[in-house]
Design a protein around this ligand. Structure first.
Ligand code: URA
Length: 424
């Protein structure tokens, strides 16, 4: 088969066969199709879309581009979770220990940062020593031992997604429904768990900005996932302001630890508990996720997880690890008012500008940088109060980000209600 004819077929809005899509997935997995042709094909898909059948065929081909973890013999139920991507979305880091504390075996494959959103793999890689490249055998042994295993896409698990994901990140082809569906579900199928919770993000910090788009994505994920034999639960959740207090790799790990230590409450903890509840329901398990946090068992699970993957447990004892040298606060200088909006997309893109995300494939990233959002929609803000805290590598980058962030929020002189984190 010739990649050029597959690119031109999609460019000309024709439907691709399962064989042609398998050829693309294999070519991405093995490196036999060069990046420039894959990038052209991704753009043709971005512009012309894929039919439901093409999406299902591509998903299967990407899942089959590597091995599938065989969980036979591990304690059941087996659960997995994935988010469609958001700014400050560190949910996995909190949710996996909660689910393991509630008795589930949790197996997950995650990706690095994508466009304006961060990625779980980059966040975990900020922990000194933490390994993100487990083999299927290592995943299985670890999950058997402590109930949690997480890896990035490796040469043996969903390798086609590893290549396509990295190219989408730097070619403007991320917010595309069939590419999101096949990327997420190929990893879920290869991961081996059969109960899968999908957190479909909606708003300026997500790839689906309107509820209608988010529901369309949730429906497509459910349809393709169910056909592949997965028991899917979806939640559509708010991403119209940064999630929680921090966005940026190491900062988000520190926030996740504070949540598991019971030091913070609010929308982000509420979201983690909701996703844990629907996952437990889907698995037919009666357990209380809030108790898993309050009793300290979820924190203990996170310690076991970090230790098992080679990470330093010093991260639990203090917050001085992976810290940026320049901290800069952005103040609200105008009249007092209520926070009406905070543009999560601008916050996400500024993290890329600070060096916390990639502009070209394979770029190194700075784990220390990020942005703390110190207010939420609905908060009252007096004059001269801090809105954001920037963690930057240089004074100049902190100042440039500060200028941009001043344009990223709106104030109302009438009271504004806080937003619910769960949309549906
Ligand atoms: N997460 C993924 O793994 N892939 C996407 O395309 C979006 C979010």
């Amino acid at each position: 088969m010739n990649p050029i004819s597959i690119i031109t077929k999609k460019r000309d809005q024709q439907v691709l066969t399962a064989e042609e899509l398998a050829f693309i997935a294999q070519g991405a997995a093995t490196g036999t199709i060069p990046d420039y042709q894959l990038a052209a094909w991704l753009m043709a898909v971005y512009i012309n879309g894929l039919t439901d059948q093409e999406t299902a065929d591509l998903t299967r081909a990407m899942a089959e581009s590597g091995d599938r973890v065989d969980l036979t013999g591990l304690p059941t139920p087996w659960a997995d979770k994935h988010s469609t991507g958001g700014v400050g979305d560190k949910t996995t880091i909190v949710l996996l220990p909660i689910l393991a504390a509630c008795g589930l075996t949790v197996i997950k494959m995650s990706g690095p940062g994508l466009g304006k959103t961060g990625g779980t793999i980059d966040k975990l890689a900020s922990i000194p020593g933490f390994r993100t490249d487990l083999t299927p055998e290592q995943m299985k042994a670890q999950a058997n031992h402590i109930g949690i295993a997480l890896t990035g896409q490796t040469p043996s698990l969903a390798p086609a997604d590893k290549t396509l994901y990295a190219l989408r990140d730097v070619t403007g082809t991320v917010p595309c429904l069939p590419l999101i569906v096949s990327s997420i579900l190929s990893k879920k199928i290869a991961g081996g768990a059969d109960h899968v919770t999908l957190d479909v993000k909606c708003g300026s910090g997500a790839f689906m900005e309107t509820p209608a788009e988010a529901h369309r994505l949730a429906d497509a994920l459910t349809k393709v996932g169910t056909a592949a034999g997965l028991k899917i639960r979806t939640a559509v959740t708010d991403m119209d302001q940064p999630l929680g207090r921090t966005a940026g790799n190491a900062l988000e790990i520190k926030e996740a630890i504070r949540i598991l230590q019971g030091q913070e409450t609010g929308r982000f903890r509420d979201l983690c508990i909701h996703l844990a509840q629907i996952t437990l329901e889907n698995c037919g398990i009666l357990a209380d996720p809030a108790f898993a946090i309050d009793s300290g068992v979820a924190l203990m699970k996170m310690r076991q997880w970090v230790t098992a993957q080679g990470g330093s447990t010093e991260i639990f004892d203090h917050e001085e690890w992976q810290s940026a040298p320049h901290i800069h606060e952005v103040l609200h200088l105008d009249e007092p008012g209520w926070i009406k909006s905070i543009d999560a997309e601008t916050v996400g893109l500024q993290i890329v500008e600070l060096g916390g995300g990639r502009k070209a494939k394979g770029d190194p990233i700075d784990y220390t940088v990020g942005i703390e959002t110190l207010v939420q929609i609905g908060d009252h803000i007096p004059t001269n109060q801090p809105l954001f805290r920037i963690h930057a590598a240089t004074q100049e980058s902190a100042e440039a980000t500060s200028k941009t962030l001043l344009t990223a929020y709106k104030i109302s002189h009438e009271k504004v209600e806080p937003r619910n984190v769960i949309i549906q």
